[in-house]
Every structure is written in structure tokens, then in C-alpha cells.
Design a protein around this ligand. Structure first.
Ligand code: SF4
Ligand code: SF4
Length: 104
């Protein structure tokens, strides 16, 4: 068994799911994340951190999403591990520095 990211992840602006994964098995593609089925330890921690409900246990996947099992396996080999969340995707995590003084 492993957990699987499905198409609801496409375009998600957040990656909070990554921070709770104890084995760093999320991989980041251009549009969405994928879970490496060889590394996932089925802890279920990421599910509650995914607002679009994109993450499923493979045994619970509805029939029309079964193809995502293979896609996660394939894409997690292709794309790099994402080790920590980065806030809104594509934007820096740190807020811009505040100006030291206000203009008068
Ligand atoms: S929170 Fe869910 S939808 Fe967002 S990046 Fe993580 S797996 Fe994808
Ligand atoms: S079920 Fe656990 S090990 Fe698997 S991807 Fe989610 S947080 Fe990581």
C-alpha cells in the first residue's frame, strides 16, 4: 500500500503536506506533487494537511482515479524530492524586508 496524489493537486498553491511527511517522499513536478510509493510508510499524516483532498490511500481510490497509482510511481522517479513547504508555490517563503523607516 502507498498514498497517492491525484489531479486535485494540480495548481495547489500550498505544500503544507510536505512538512508532515516523516520520510520526505513527496516529489515536485511542474504542476503538482507526487508520492514515491517505495518510500511512503502509510502514516496518513499528509491527508489532513491537504485542503483539496488530493491525497488518497491507494486501496481507497475511486475507480476513475486508479491511474494515479502508476503516475505517482513514474513521476516520483522523474522529479526531485521537495523537503519542506514553501508557502504559495512560485513565491518566496520569506516576506519582503520591512523598510527601516517610513518616508516622512
Ligand atoms: S496540499 Fe495537497 S493539493 Fe496541495 S500540494 Fe500538497 S498534495 Fe498537492
Ligand atoms: S502517508 Fe505518510 S509517509 Fe506517505 S506520503 Fe503521506 S505523510 Fe508521507
Amino acid at each position: 500500500m502507498a498514498y497517492v496524489v491525484t489531479d486535485e493537486c494540480i495548481g495547489c498553491k500550498y505544500t503544507d503536506c510536505v512538512d508532515v511527511c516523516p520520510v520526505s517522499c513527496f516529489h515536485e513536478g511542474p504542476d503538482m506533487l507526487y508520492i514515491d510509493p517505495e518510500e511512503c510508510i502509510d502514516c496518513n499524516a499528509c491527508v489532513a494537511e491537504c485542503p483539496p483532498e488530493a491525497i488518497w490511500a491507494d486501496i481507497d481510490l475511486p475507480e476513475d482515479k486508479l491511474q494515479w497509482i502508476g503516475i505517482n510511481g513514474e513521476m516520483s522517479e522523474k522529479y526531485p524530492v521537495i523537503h519542506e513547504s514553501r508557502g504559495p508555490r512560485g513565491e518566496p517563503t520569506e516576506a519582503p524586508a520591512e523598510p527601516s523607516s517610513q518616508p516622512s
